[in-house]
Design a protein around this ligand. Sequence first.
Ligand code: HEC
Length: 162
Amino acid sequence: MMSPATKYTGRSASHRFQDSAASSCSAWKLLATIAVFLISIANCSEAGRESPSTNASVDRVRKIARVPLPPELAAGEQKYAIFCSGCHGIEGQGTDHGPPLVHKIYEPSHHSDLAFQRAAANGVRAHHWNFGDMPPIEGITSHDVTEITRYIRWLQRQAGIV
Ligand code: HEC
C-alpha cells in the first residue's frame, strides 16, 4: 500500500526526468543551428579567399594550352625542348634548374631578342634568381635561337605578358 509521500516522490521524479529531457533536446537543436551557421560562414569566407588566385593561375595555363601552336613555330618548339626546357621548363614555365621565361622580366622591353642570342652563345651569370649560372649552349646556331625566341614570344603573348 502506498503512502501519499511515496506517490508524491514518484510523480516528482518522473516530472524531473521529462523536464531535463525536454531541455537537453532544445540544447541539441541550438547546437545544431550554431553548427550549421558556422559551416555556412566558413564556406563563404573560404570561397571569397581562394577563388581570385585559383582563377588567375587556371586562366594562365588554359590560355597557353587552348590555342594550337601555329605550324611555323613547330621547329622553335622542338629546339626549345632539346636545348632549353631542361632548365626553363615545359612551355617556359620554369623548373628547379632555371627561371620561367614566360615571365614579365623576360618581355622584349627587358630582355630583347639579342639577350636570347647572347644567353645561348655566352651563358648567363646568375643575377636575377638563385638558380646558379646558365652555361653557354653547345651545338646551337643563331638561327636555332631565333626560332626558339619566336616560340617564347608567342608563349609570352598567350600568357598576356607582351
Ligand atoms: C642548365 C640550365 C639552363 C639551360 C639549358 C638554359 N638556361 Fe637560360 N637560364 C638559366 C638560368 C639559371 C638563368 C637565370 C640567370 C639569372 O638571371 O639568375 C637563365 C637565364 C636565361 C635568360 C635571361 C638572360 C639575361 O640576360 O638575364 C635567357 C634569355 C635564357 N636563359 C634563354 C635560354 C635559352 C633560349 C635556352 C636554350 C637555348 C636556355 N636559356 C637554356 C639556365 C639555363
